[in-house]
Design a binder for this molecule. Structure first.
Ligand SMILES: Cc1cc2nc3c(=O)[nH]c(=O)nc-3n(C[C@H](O)[C@H](O)[C@H](O)COP(=O)(O)OP(=O)(O)OC[C@H]3O[C@@H](n4cnc5c(N)ncnc54)[C@H](O)[C@@H]3O)c2cc1C
Length: 502
């Protein structure tokens, strides 16, 4: 359904579902795009969020100072083509003495500060919108359904039914997945490390089990530590692998995985990709990488962590190169055949993520200390979870049974919509306006981020950005990626509105 032939007097309505980083980044880019395109229509933008409508979303709502940004601060500016905007903002706030954080790591500051940055930018752009005569509404409501209307679309929430919009942007991050329903209702089962009340629920001497060993698990451990927890922490996941460690970042030129390499290749095979990565690594480090070493899981977590901490004392050029592939990663993904994509998702993604979603050195040093004190342990291959006589029990495939009073679910959100119980996810799965890719994410045009409908055409005016398009793109929730996508969405909307007005 296209928002065509709209009269110039009509108020154009844009609905943004989700006011985390992606929703606010869309808003900021839309205002900038409207400014540059001289849009004359009356415009109204409405945000919907089931939580606070402030731009922080899940990642940047934390108030724990030990939760650090894991991507270099010079790459996460919210404005399109100004990657270092946040870093400049941070440095100027520190210089003015506005931020009172002693001993701050400029490259990986607390995420709470990044949250302040987004809130400030949101506020600034709300003011710009007012000056441009754009009306902005904020609704703290959970969206349950997106439907089609004669001209445009509808949004239904738990409170309101079928509100009409000409354009809708779905920016809800990931989806809650089904978790062990029985145990989740128990008072000592903590459903997320970002639960506000998290630390009040755990007595300082109680032992804790954490499910999941990626960055959310690291956050859970650091939050416990920050609160003076003295009990044992046992982390469990299928792979039992912790994220690697990110050192000092320096932008580096890539010579092999370049735009030219990607654009000149009709298709890219897995061996082409591994060769290009190998050549890039050789260029930076002077030796070829031993991929077997990369995929090795036999080292003890403590030994790996110690090794990584030592290595990041010096510059790691291959890591700079890796971070510099951010804007071409999805381009590579689009050129791979289905078999290679499947192999990456099933076999290599977990390894790729421990390198790409690595933890800052400071966090790694805190974890190593806990390992050395015998308070932290990592385990793999859980078989079952149960609850007996006031304790949670996790049985492992090697027949060990781990027991603790509390369990924290740090497995994060799911990007497979079918595995979610939310009304919105169920309605999207059944809606004619959307189609799902084979990995359970939403199919979109990667030029405009318009959703692909069940008939295979585009739902014009209906956009999806961020975690929900997993599979269509490989990397969907990195800030740099999000800014690129939201800028495409904003340009498409501004162009449509401008053309319709002519
Ligand atoms: C703990 C954590 C740390 C991270 N750290 C980094 C980092 O350092 N660097 C980096 O590049 N990336 C990081 N990321 C990746 C992160 O996903 C992105 O940076 C970005 O914050 C994603 O924003 P989002 O708006 O897409 O999702 P979210 O922040 O999850 O926001 C989605 C919003 O949608 C709302 N919502 C969901 N469903 C509905 C509904 N049905 N109706 C209404 N509202 C709804 C939610 O309440 C939420 O506010 C991190 C992610 C997490 C979880």
């Amino acid at each position: 359904m296209s928002p065509n032939n709209m009269s110039k007097e009509k108020t154009l309505k844009i609905g943004i579902i989700g006011s985390g980083f992606t929703g606010v980044s869309c808003f900021v880019n839309i205002i900038d795009a409207f400014l540059s395109k001289d849009i004359l229509n009356k415009i109204e933008i409405t945000f919907f969020d089931k939580g606070s409508v402030n731009g922080r979303g899940l990642a940047y709502s934390t108030r724990c100072a030990a939760h650090l940004l894991n991507t270099p601060s010079g790459t996460v500016g919210i404005l399109c083509n100004k990657k270092d905007h946040f870093k400049q903002w941070l440095l100027s706030k520190l210089k003015e003495g506005i931020l009172n954080y002693p001993d701050i790591d400029h490259q990986h500051p607390p995420r709470e500060i990044y949250g302040q940055y987004i809130e400030e930018m949101f506020e600034l752009y709300l003011q710009k919108a007012v000056l441009m005569g754009i009306n902005v509404n904020k609704k703290k409501e959970e969206v349950t359904e997106i439907g089609s209307a004669d001209l445009g679309y509808t949004i239904s929430t738990a409170q309101s039914n079928k509100l009409h919009f000409d354009y809708i942007i779905l920016a809800v991050g990931g989806f809650d997945s089904e978790k062990p329903a029985l145990l989740r209702h128990l008072k000592d089962f903590i459903i997320s490390p970002y639960d506000e009340d998290f630390n009040n629920k755990i007595d300082k001497v109680d032992d804790v089990l954490i499910i999941g060993t990626r960055l959310s698990c690291v956050d859970a451990i650091l939050a416990l530590e920050e609160n003076g927890h003295k009990g044992k922490v046992m982390c469990v996941s299928e792979s039992g692998l912790l994220p690697r460690v990110i050192g000092e970042y320096n932008a580096k030129e890539r010579l092999f995985i370049t735009d030219e390499f990607i654009e000149s290749s009709e298709t890219i095979s897995l061996s082409d990709l591994f060769n290009a990565i190998g050549s890039e690594y050789f260029l930076q480090e002077g030796v070829r990488p031993d991929f077997k070493d990369v995929f090795k899981t036999s080292f003890s977590p403590q030994k790996t962590l110690r090794y990584e901490i030592v290595k990041t004392k010096k510059k790691r050029f291959w890591q700079d190169s890796l971070y510099n592939t951010n804007h071409v990663l999805n381009k590579v993904w689009h050129k791979l055949d289905i078999k290679s994509k499947n192999k990456i998702i099933q076999k290599y993604l977990k390894f790729f993520l421990i390198y790409r979603a690595a933890m800052p050195r400071r966090s790694a040093c805190k974890l190593l200390k806990l390992f050395e004190e015998g308070r932290l342990s990592l385990h793999k291959k859980p078989v079952s979870i149960s609850f007996h006589e006031g304790l949670f029990e996790i049985s492992l495939s090697n027949r060990t049974i781990l027991k603790a009073k509390h369990i924290i679910d740090a497995t994060g959100l799911s990007y497979c919509i079918c595995s979610s119980n939310s009304d919105l996810a169920k309605n999207i799965t059944n809606s004619e306006l959307f189609s799902l890719n084979q990995w359970g994410g939403i199919s979109v045009s990667t030029e405009t981020y318009q959703s692909v409908n069940k008939g295979g055409g585009f739902s014009n005016g209906l956009f999806v950005v961020g975690g929900a398009v997993f599979g269509t793109d490989l990397v969907t929730n990195l800030i740099e990626y999000i800014v690129e996508c939201t800028s495409k969405v904003a340009q498409t909307i501004a162009k449509n509105i401008k053309e319709e007005a002519l």
